[in-house]
Design a binder for this molecule. Structure first.
Ligand code: VGL
Ligand code: ZN
Length: 201
C-alpha cells in the first residue's frame, strides 16, 4: 500500500511568501493530479509559534542564514515564516485538499526546529506520522512538496530509516538552491531511497 506525503505546500514557501522557494508554485497542479494515483494522501504543515528559535528575529544581533546551536544541532536562522494560524501558514491557493486524510503539523516547539514530517531535528519528539502510516498498512512512501533540500529531504530520510520503501518525486518538488537539490538527491540514493518522476507512476 502506497502513500503520498505532501510536504509544506504553504503560502510562505511559494513566490510572494516570506521564505519563497523559486518556482514553488509550479508544482501545485502536478501534485493535484498525482493524488489520484495513491490510496492514501497525507500532508504536513510547518506550524511555528511567533517565538520560534529558528527565526533570526528571535536572536538579537543575528541575521537570516546565520547559524546557531539549537537543541544540540546546528540551526540555520530563517525569516519569520509559517506562523500558526496566519496567512503564510495556510495551504497555497489551488492545492486540492479533498483527498488529504490527515495533516501533521511540525515545528510547534519554540526550542527546536523540525524539517522532517516524522521527528524534530533533535529526534526528541515524534509527530505520530510513522505510526499513522504503519497503522494504515503503508509500505511505500512517496514524498513531494517544499522545500526539496529541507523538509522534503529530511522527511524522505526518516521514512527510509523507519523502513518504508521511499520515493522522492523529483519533479514534484522545488529547491531553494540548485546545489542543495543536487546534494539532496545524492543523499536519498546513498541512504537507499529512490528518485522517481511523476510520469513513471
Ligand atoms: C522549511 C526551512 C524552514 C521547509 C521549513 O519546509 O523546507 N525550510 N522551515
Ligand atoms: Zn520552518
Amino acid at each position: 500500500m502506497k502513500a503520498l506525503i505532501v510536504i509544506d505546500l504553504q503560502n510562505d514557501f511559494v513566490p510572494g511568501g516570506s521564505l519563497a522557494v523559486p518556482k514553488g508554485n509550479e508544482i501545485i497542479p502536478l501534485i493535484n493530479q498525482l493524488q489520484e494515483k495513491f490510496e492514501l494522501v497525507v500532508a504536513t504543515q510547518d506550524w511555528h509559534p511567533k517565538n520560534h528559535l529558528s527565526f533570526a528575529s528571535n536572536h538579537p544581533g543575528k541575521k537570516v542564514y546565520d547559524t546557531v546551536m539549537l537543541g544540540g544541532v546546528e540551526q540555520v536562522l530563517w525569516p519569520d515564516h509559517c506562523i500558526q494560524g496566519e496567512k503564510g501558514a495556510r495551504f497555497v491557493k489551488g492545492f486540492d485538499e479533498r483527498r488529504v486524510e490527515a495533516i501533521f503539523r511540525k515545528g510547534t516547539d519554540p526550542e527546536i526546529d523540525s524539517y522532517s514530517g516524522f521527528f524534530d531535528n533533535g529526534r526528541k519528539k515524534s509527530t505520530g506520522l510513522g505510526d499513522y502510516l504503519k497503522g494504515r498498512g503503508v509500505t511505500q512512501v512517496y514524498v513531494c512538496g517544499l522545500a526539496a533540500e529541507f523538509c522534503v529531504l529530511y522527511t524522505a530520510l526518516d521514512s527510509i530509516e523507519l523502513g518504508f520503501e521511499t520515493y522522492y518525486l523529483e519533479d514534484a518538488t522545488r529547491a531553494l538552491s540548485y546545489e542543495g537539490f543536487k546534494e539532496a538527491k545524492e543523499k536519498i540514493l546513498k541512504r537507499g531511497g529512490h528518485l522517481i518522476l511523476s510520469s513513471e507512476l
